[in-house]
Design a protein around this ligand. Sequence first.
Ligand SMILES: Nc1ncnc2c1ncn2[C@@H]1O[C@H](COP(=O)(O)OP(=O)(O)O)[C@@H](O)[C@H]1O
Ligand SMILES: [Mg+2]
Length: 264
Amino acid sequence: MKSCKTIMVTSCKGGVGKSTVSANLGIRLALDGWRTLVVDCDFGVRSLDLIMGLEDEVIFDITDIILRDIPPERALIRDGRSENLFFCSAPYSYNNELEPESFRDALKNIGEKMELDYIIIDTPGDTGSPFRLAAAAADTALVVSTYQPASIRAAERTGILLSEAGVESRFLIINCFGPDGIEFGVQPGLLEVIDKTAIRLIGIIPYEAALAEKQAKGEDVFTLPRSNAAVAFSNIAKRLTGRNIPLFTDFRKIKRLALIKKIQ
Ligand SMILES: Nc1ncnc2c1ncn2[C@@H]1O[C@H](COP(=O)(O)OP(=O)(O)O)[C@@H](O)[C@H]1O
Ligand SMILES: [Mg+2]
């Protein structure tokens, strides 16, 4: 039987790009041939179905599978982008009905039944019940941070909470990266962010001005021609699946070594 890896995308701060990362990373993994399920655990807020353009398809949510025994092959939405990509919505309302152990076991069963390689869990920007559910189920956490000091501090705190929750494998994603701020001294350097958060870096996603418009239409970053953000997601997917890719590999219109020097 193949083993399924469960990855939570997290930060105890909102607006840093968790849902953007969950959607686009899930899509990339599936396009690369990995059977992938993206689960929206931002209970109550529910934005991932919109970001993935699947809002009209939602009938069941994760609580229907776990509490009402709807079989996953019926409850999961198959995304039209790839036969390897599945989506599960968050419930409209949630009153702490789920227990971490039953959530963990349910995801394990879904992974086995659907023969999945990866389950990506999107989490809210706080450390309430869904964070604890996701932490119980996850083998790996991706902590998303922008360059904002409040976001870096939240990433640091998230790393500590993940460690306390027993999620040993933790990686940092720096999102909305733009080297200009560093050059002008208004943002900390890359090394400073890694040092402050004490989490190993797995990828840097550039700020992509066209992303918001794409997301409003339910489209992903890979539909943008020549986007470094799309390249960044491909690189992160490769690293997660065991390939060793240097930072900024295949980024367009940048000189890698000069940039690395500049952002230190
Ligand atoms: N790399 C990026 N470049 C440009 N905009 C981004 C990027 N990542 C996220 N955004 C935008 O930032 C906003 C918050 O992102 P979202 O993924 O919803 O954050 P979270 O789930 O952490 O609250 C959205 O409007 C999204 O389009
Ligand atoms: Mg979100």
